[in-house]
Design a protein around this ligand. Structure first.
Ligand code: MG
Length: 218
């Protein structure tokens, strides 16, 4: 059977993305570590992801922007892992399908989320992924996120394969998967129920349970 790479948020973890409050808390913790107390306007920018604004504010405040970014990413990972352990964010029941597939074929986890969190989630859900790739805790790492194919290509290179399937819940997953030369599976969840199907998705499914049969037909 073919290599199957999975998106994380919205495929393994319930909901489409990290709660913005996790990043707000992470930015505050990083600023506290760096012993700076920015204006409310600047703090609001630090809590978001606009690299240009963050770089400008760091320069104005005499803070190493790379260090701030790395600290914020680390605290965001810790916050996310705490939420998972506390059951505030759940795992989709149908990840059992990924666990079964892992016994039969090569599987990977490739996400725009932080690499540290991807590693945590792989362990937390107990799936023996052959490759796990999330974003690096740098400005450059952030720019390599999907719809860029970079992290999917990294995973394929790690595995030494050029063909396979990418399974995701958003348009950018289909764009990135296609750009990396893969077939794509678009999975419907509550949060994307009413979205238009990405026109170039190979297959559309109502959940992961139907994935093994769909893979047979590709
Ligand atoms: Mg997703």
């Amino acid at each position: 059977m073919t290599t199957v790479l999975f998106d994380m948020d919205g495929i393994v973890l319930e909901g489409p993305r990290t709660d913005p409050q996790v990043y707000a808390d992470a930015a505050d913790a990083a600023l506290s570590d760096l012993e700076v107390d920015p204006s409310p306007t600047r703090r609001r920018d630090f809590r978001r992801h606009d690299a240009d604004r963050i770089r400008a504010h760091c320069e104005a405040l005499g803070v190493d922007a790379d260090r701030f970014w790395k600290l914020k990413e680390r605290y965001a990972s810790q916050g996310t892992h705490d939420r998972l352990r506390a059951g505030e964010r759940e795992i989709y029941d149908d990840v059992a399908t990924i666990r079964d597939l892992a016994d039969r074929t090569t599987v990977g986890l490739v996400t725009n989320n932080r690499h540290e969190t991807a590693e945590f989630v792989a362990d937390y859900v107990g799936i023996d992924f052959d490759v796990v790739r999330g974003r690096d805790p740098t400005f450059e790492g952030y720019d390599r996120r999907k719809p860029e194919p970079d992290y999917i290509e990294d995973a394929l290179a790690d595995l030494g394969v050029a063909e396979g399937v990418y399974v995701g819940d958003s348009r950018k997953d289909v764009t990135a998967g296609r750009a990396a030369g893969l077939e794509t599976v678009y999975v419907r969840r509550d949060h994307n129920r009413d979205r238009e199907r990405p026109p170039n998705a190979t297959v559309e499914l109502e959940g992961l349970a139907a994935l093994p049969a769909a893979l047979e037909s590709l």
